[in-house]
Design a protein around this ligand. Sequence first.
Ligand SMILES: [Zn+2]
Length: 102
Amino acid sequence: MFDELRASAPSAEAALAENDHEVKTHADEAEAERAGDVHMAEVEIDRARLEEIEQAIARLASGRYGICEDCANEIPRARLLARPTAIRCTACQTAAEARRRH
Ligand SMILES: [Zn+2]
């Protein structure tokens, strides 16, 4: 009888441990889902900026990096530091974004 109890004890422990694990797994899954949502949002932002980033890289390669796409003036260094993918000076970027909205 005792032997039987002793024999079943480890499996009961294992079942408890398994249950703990399952609860933890569900929590992890929920966490992963939330992280997935955040990741999707990041992808959306990235997609919107991808063209700008690619242009910045192309401009870097062709030596035109830091020159405004629209007015050909130098983009202020502070702006480039704040936004390395900027392809326009602040004034032209504002105008371009206003055009895109209309
Ligand atoms: Zn400009």
